[in-house]
Write a new protein. Structure first.
Lengths: 311, 262
């Protein structure tokens, strides 16, 4: 029996399958290399990269919540120079897409990181983080205003030779407004959602469980919210959308693909099951084969009853 | 390091709310060093979601490793109810273990409460009559009997906060009493327990210039150095330098960590 085609395209970026490891949950890939064959992944999205190394927020940084977790890591990362010198040479040997998630504390810094990655071999695309809830400046501040989000996107595009995916925040009144602005600015794709801002309190000490007070909620708890936002965005943009939010198995991934996501990212599930990404790839393949579906393209956007009264 | 469905050989209460679980894994037994840990998923559902980290507490023969745990929340409650013959998803061995004492050194092991877990494995591995083991508990009922761990003829001292067994007072007082006198420069300390206890051990060993390794416990998500959730502050002239307990630890040289303004 011929194998189902799992290949998908995110603008100019070709992926061997639609399953990516999400930024911040997979380190620099090497952390998982002893446990899974990274070459079987659609791609890896690297931990958010900034110009200078960042040490992150004070602990405690994580707390478990019902069907999920809050984190306030604070975008700790090795910085551009160390990434190029110490992490990228190893990543280059992989036969999978390497997408570098970037962020800055100003529009200029976004441009500077992008410029630092320009012309560098072994980087398949850039994912622009305008949606991290855990740093005071940068991150989400750029993702809540459509005009600012568009400016950051333009700045990155001006400074890069790579496909640009912009990662959107769900912490907005209307995610479609930001999505449309970013598309208009020229982005090749969108990924959503980043974490939802939340908090947890220790009732014995009456203090926040995170040192940063609030953090980003991830895990299955946010999946229905993410799925809805993906569908809303897919309806209003033409560029490809990557679905993210609480995906832990292939059934979850299928929901996003059916809703119209061209690919998915798996995040928190990597912590629970280091094989989660590969299990999902296998699950998608089997689902298609069992139903004699020749290409995953047939699944993408196949949601029935795709219009509501009034739409 | 492996990630496997691992068979439970036994899971029994050894003190109120304290359980010893034996798991069958030749690969983990072969690879484990004292101080290392495993990540275990409690139950199959998404709630609780994350794996829980447990120090490897002992090994039995070539096939069985043990974890010793106290029921403190939903995850450990679920674990306490799983029965022999069932399987749990186990990831490990993980992290950096203890550096062993040199042959001419005099090791002191200082345990606070359930912090005894990695230290039992360490004591097994050191396997010397020269070792002094100090274990502190709140109350005598919490005492974990050491006989079951086939330890050699080492000296074992108990302290309880309420005086119901052994020394009446914190276990660090037992340590303090042994830090003066001859052979000072041969002493070496290994500790695990609640943070206030470790702070006191840090002070005592620092004042006496005695080498000391501590094993830390934190909340963790991945155990692999990917999430960076298990940060602890480093003793560094620069501010905001962090180590990650899962990868840089859980065992640290006490001098490399920040113990608050002192």
């Amino acid at each position: 029996m011929s194998q189902t085609h799992l290949k998908v395209k995110i603008g100019p970026l070709e992926l061997k399958n639609p399953v990516l490891a999400a930024s911040g949950t997979f380190g620099y890939g090497q952390e998982y290399a002893d446990l899974i064959d990274l070459n079987l992944l659609g791609g890896i999205v690297i931990k958010g990269l900034s110009i200078k190394p960042m040490s992150g927020n004070p602990p405690p940084r994580i707390v478990e919540t019902p069907c999920g977790m809050l984190n306030s890591i604070g975008l700790a990362n090795v910085g551009l120079e160390a990434f190029l010198k110490e992490k990228l040479p190893w990543l280059r040997k992989l036969n999978t897409a390497v997408i570098v998630n970037i962020y800055g504390h100003s529009t200029d810094e976004y441009g500077a990181v992008s410029a630092g990655l320009r012309g560098i071999e072994g980087i398949s695309a850039i994912e622009v983080n305008i949606s991290c809830p855990n740093v005071e400046t940068g991150g989400m501040a750029f993702g809540t205003d459509p005009d600012v989000a568009a400016k950051v996107t333009e700045e990155v595009l001006k400074n890069t030779d790579k496909p640009v995916i912009v990662k959107l925040s769900p912490n907005v009144t209307d995610i479609t407004a930001v999505a449309k602005a970013v598309e208009k600015a020229g982005a090749h794709g969108l990924s959503l959602i980043n974490t939802l801002t939340g908090m947890a309190i220790d009732i014995d000490t009456r203090s926040p469980r995170l040192a940063n007070i609030s953090g980003g909620l991830s895990g299955p708890a946010i999946r229905p919210v993410a799925l809805y936002m993906v569908r809303e965005v897919v309806k209003v943009v033409r560029i490809p959308v990557i679905g993210i939010g609480g995906i832990i198995n292939y059934q979850d991934a299928l929901e996003f693909l059916i809703a119209g996501a061209r690919a998915v990212q798996v995040g928190t599930a990597n912590f629970v099951n280091p094989r989660a990404t590969l299990d999902i790839v296998e699950g998608l393949r089997k689902y298609c084969e069992d139903r004699k579906i020749a290409s995953i393209d047939e699944i993408i956007g196949s949601l029935k009853g795709n219009t509501q009264p009034g739409e | 390091m492996i990630d496997r469905e691992t068979k439970i050989i036994f899971n029994r209460a050894v003190a109120p709310d304290t359980f010893l679980m034996g798991l069958w894994s030749r690969e983990i037994v072969a690879g484990a060093r004292p101080g290392q840990f495993v990540m275990i998923k409690a139950g199959l559902s998404a709630d609780p979601l994350l794996r829980r980290p447990f120090s490897i507490c002992a090994i039995q023969g070539n096939d069985v490793f043990c974890i010793l745990y106290r029921v403190v929340g939903r995850g450990t409650k679920i674990l306490s109810r799983v029965t022999e013959g069932n399987r749990l998803s186990v990831l490990g061995p993980l992290g950096r273990g203890f550096d062993f004492p040199k042959a001419d050194q005099k090791p002191f092991i200082v345990a606070g409460g359930i912090g005894i877990a990695p230290l039992i494995f360490l004591a097994q591995a050191i396997n010397s009559d020269n070792l002094t083991f100090m274990a502190g508990y709140r109350h005598k009922d919490e005492i974990v009997a050491m006989e079951k761990f086939s330890l050699s003829g080492m000296e074992i001292n108990i302290a309880t906060d309420d005086g119901t067994a052994g020394h009446h007072g914190p276990v660090t007082e037992l340590l303090e009493a042994r830090l003066d006198g001859p052979d000072e420069d041969r002493r070496v300390v290994f500790a695990c327990g609640p943070l206030p206890m470790l702070e006191r051990v840090a002070d005592l060993t620092n004042d006496s210039c005695i080498p000391c390794q501590v094993s830390l416990e934190t909340t963790m998500a991945c155990g692999l150095g990917a999430c960076l959730g298990c940060a602890v502050k480093a003793a560094s002239k620069e501010t905001d330098v962090y180590y990650h307990v899962c990868k840089d630890g859980p065992v640290f040289d006490v001098k490399t960590l920040y113990w608050g303004a002192r």
